[in-house]
Design a binder for this molecule. Structure first.
Ligand code: C2O
Ligand code: CU
Length: 519
C-alpha cells in the first residue's frame, strides 16, 4: 500500500464514483486484485435439512469503503445449495432482517406453496419451512427474494445464491466438477454506489423504464477478481444475477465458449460460440479449454440494451481473470450430453398470450431522449455531455410516488396486483404459450414459475442452439415474441399461485408481473 491516507483514498474513490469510473476496469491493474470468492457448497445435513438465515452484513467492495449489505449465512450473497434428483430437502429459512422477505427457488419444479413467491412472506424473526422434492434433471438454478414490490432492492442488497441439482446422468459425463477448482460459479451483478458507500437504488423514471443501471461489476461479490484454477477444461457456471443488465460475454483472447447447459439443464450437445448473451436471471454452463495454462479474462461487450452502454460499459469490459496454473484438470468436453425429450407432437394452438407492456415508458423515454441517450446507444460513443446528462437522470431523478411506480408496467394491460390471480392453467398438460413485447421498446427476459419450458420459436424462427434445451426464461427483444412449449407438473392453488414476469427486477416491481393458479 502506498502513502495515501485513508481520507485521500476515500475522496479519490468518491471522485471515481462521481465520474462513473469502475473499480477494476483496467485490465492488468497490478496490486490488490481480489481473489474470486467461491460460495461454499451447502448440502442437507443428516436429517435432510438445509438451514438458511438472511442477515444484515457489511462489505468492502472498494478498499476502505464500507457498504451495508444483506446476505444468507454470510454478509453478501449466499451458499451454493447442492441437492440430487430424488432428494427430499427440508429447508429452513430464518429471517434475521428487520423487513419481510421470501426466498424463491428460481428454476425448481415444485408446487406453488413451496415456491417462495410474494405469497410466501417470511416476517422478521420468522422461519419458513418448505419441503422441496427434487425431481428434475441436473441444473444450475438459484434463489432470491420475491417480495412485491421490493424484490429489486433486496437483490441489490445481496440476497441471492446458487441452487445446484446433480443427477446420475450428468455425473456420468465426466464434466469438470471440482468445485472452485475446475467447476467455477460466476454470479454476474452490476451495482452503483452512493457517496457514503451504500448501494444506490431508487425507483425513478429511468429505473421503471430501463431498469437498474449500475456502473460497477461484481463477480461473486468482488470487483474484477482473479481465480486460480486447474489447468485443463474449466466449467463456468454463469448466473446473470443482475437486476436488469444483459451481458454479451466472450473471452479476452478469442477462445471459444462451449455451452453445455441452459437454465434448466444440460443441452443435447455442446454449442461452440465466440460470444454468449446472457439476460437477467438466466444461467448457462460453459466449458472453456484452458489446457494451455494461459490466463484469460471473461469479458462483457456492449449490448445495445437501453441505457446500459454508459461508460464504463461502452467498450470491452473485463469481469474476471482466470489463471489456469493449478493442478492438471480431470474434466473433459463430451461430444454428446443428454437426450432431451423430443418436442411434443401435435401441441395445441396458443392458449395463453403474455404481453409485456410499459405504461410509463413514454415519459421515461422522453427524458432519456432529451438527454441524448438514443444517439449514444446508436453510435456507441461517449459524448461526455450526454454521459453526464443521462447519469444525472439515473442518480438524481426523484423517486416516483408509489402508485406511479406500481402502475408503470403491465402484463396484458394490467399492472400486477397481489391476490388478483389472473388466470388458471391445467395441471400436467402440454401447452403452447406466446410471450410478446407489447410496447416496441426494449428487451424483457420473461420468467415463469413452476416449470421448465422449451422455446419453440423466437420472433417466429427456431431459437439459437443454446436456447433449444430447458429454459425458465424467454428473452424477448424490442417488438419480439417467444413461443414456448410449457407444462406444469405441480399444483399452485389460488392462495399460492405461480408468477410470470419480466426478470428485469425494476419492471417486475413496477407491474410487469402476473400470477396464475394450476390445477
Ligand atoms: Cu428469479 Cu419470479 O424470479
Ligand atoms: Cu421488462
Amino acid at each position: 500500500m502506498n502513502a495515501l491516507s485513508r481520507r485521500e483514498l476515500l475522496s479519490g474513490i468518491a471522485a471515481l464514483a462521481a465520474a462513473g469510473a469502475l473499480p477494476g476496469s483496467r485490465p492488468g491493474r497490478a496490486a490488490g486484485r481480489p481473489a474470486l470468492p467461491i460460495p461454499p457448497e451447502l448440502r442437507a445435513d443428516a436429517e435432510g435439512t438445509v438451514a438458511l438465515r438472511a442477515q444484515p452484513g457489511e462489505m468492502e467492495f472498494r478498499p476502505g469503503v464500507r457498504t451495508p449489505t444483506y446476505g444468507i449465512n454470510g454478509p453478501f450473497l449466499g451458499p451454493a445449495i447442492r441437492v440430487r434428483r430424488g432428494d427430499r430437502v427440508a429447508v429452513k429459512v430464518t429471517n434475521g432482517l428487520d423487513e419481510a422477505i421470501t426466498l424463491h427457488w428460481h428454476g425448481l419444479k415444485i408446487p406453488g406453496d413451496a415456491d417462495g413467491s410474494p405469497y410466501n412472506l417470511i416476517r422478521p424473526g420468522a422461519t419458513w419451512r418448505p419441503t422441496l422434492e427434487i425431481d428434475q434433471p441436473a441444473a444450475t438454478c438459484w434463489f432470491h427474494p420475491h417480495v412485491y414490490p421490493a424484490t429489486a432492492e433486496l437483490v441489490i442488497k445481496g440476497l441471492a445464491g446458487l441452487f445446484l441439482i446433480d443427477d446420475a446422468e450428468s455425473d456420468a459425463l465426466g464434466l469438470p466438477s471440482r468445485w472452485g477448482v475446475d467447476d467455477i460459479p460466476l454470479i454476474l451483478q452490476d451495482r452503483r454506489f452512493n457517496p457514503d458507500g451504500s448501494f444506490f437504488h431508487r425507483f425513478n423514471l429511468v429505473a421503471v423504464t430501463a431498469g437498474y443501471v449500475g456502473d460497477s461489476l461484481l463477480v461473486n461479490g468482488a470487483a474484477y477478481p482473479e481465480a486460480r484454477t486447474a489447468r485443463g477444461w474449466l466449467r463456468l457456471r454463469l448466473l446473470n444475477g443482475s437486476n436488469a443488465r444483459s451481458y454479451r460475454l466472450g473471452l479476452s483472447d478469442g477462445r471459444s465458449l462451449y455451452v453445455v447447459a441452459s437454465d434448466g439443464g444440460l443441452l443435447s450437445e455442446p454449442v461452440e460460440l465466440k460470444e454468449l448473451t446472457i439476460y437477467g436471471g438466466e444461467r448457462y454452463e460453459v466449458l472453456v479449454d484452458a489446457r494451455n495454462g494461459r490466463p484469460f479474462d471473461l469479458v462483457s461487450r456492449p449490448t445495445g440494451q437501453m441505457a446500459m452502454n454508459l461508460p464504463p460499459f461502452d467498450g470491452e469490459l473485463p469481469l474476471v481473470t482466470l489463471r489456469p496454473d493449478g493442478a492438471e484438470g480431470e474434466g473433459r468436453l463430451p461430444d454428446a450430453l443428454v437426450q432431451l425429450p423430443p418436442l411434443v407432437a401435435g401441441l395445441p394452438p396458443v392458449s395463453r398470450n403474455l404481453v409485456m407492456q410499459m405504461l410509463l415508458d413514454a415519459q421515461g423515454m422522453d427524458l432519456l431522449k432529451a438527454a441524448g441517450l438514443m444517439k449514444m446507444d446508436r453510435e456507441k460513443k461517449t459524448d461526455p455531455a450526454v454521459v453526464k446528462a443521462v447519469t444525472k437522470l439515473i442518480t438524481d431523478g426523484p423517486a416516483l410516488p408509489l402508485d406511479q411506480q406500481l402502475g408503470a408496467n403491465a402484463v396484458n394491460g394490467t399492472p400486477f396486483r397481489m391476490g388478483a390471480v389472473s388466470f388458471s392453467a391445467p395441471l400436467k398438460t402440454d401447452l403452447r404459450w406466446l410471450i410478446s413485447e407489447g410496447s416496441d421498446r426494449m428487451q424483457h427476459p420473461v420468467h415463469i414459475h413452476g416449470c421448465q419450458f422449451r422455446i419453440l420459436a423466437l420472433d417466429g424462427k427456431p431459437p439459437p442452439a443454446q436456447m433449444a434445451g430447458w429454459k425458465d426464461i424467454a428473452p424477448i427483444e424490442k417488438g419480439g415474441t417467444a413461443e414456448i412449449q410449457v407444462r406444469f407438473d405441480h399444483p399452485a392453488p389460488r392462495e399460492h399461485p405461480f408468477m410470470a414476469h419480466c426478470h428485469n427486477l425494476e419492471h417486475e416491481d413496477s407491474g410487469m408481473m402476473t400470477d396464475f393458479s394450476v390445477a
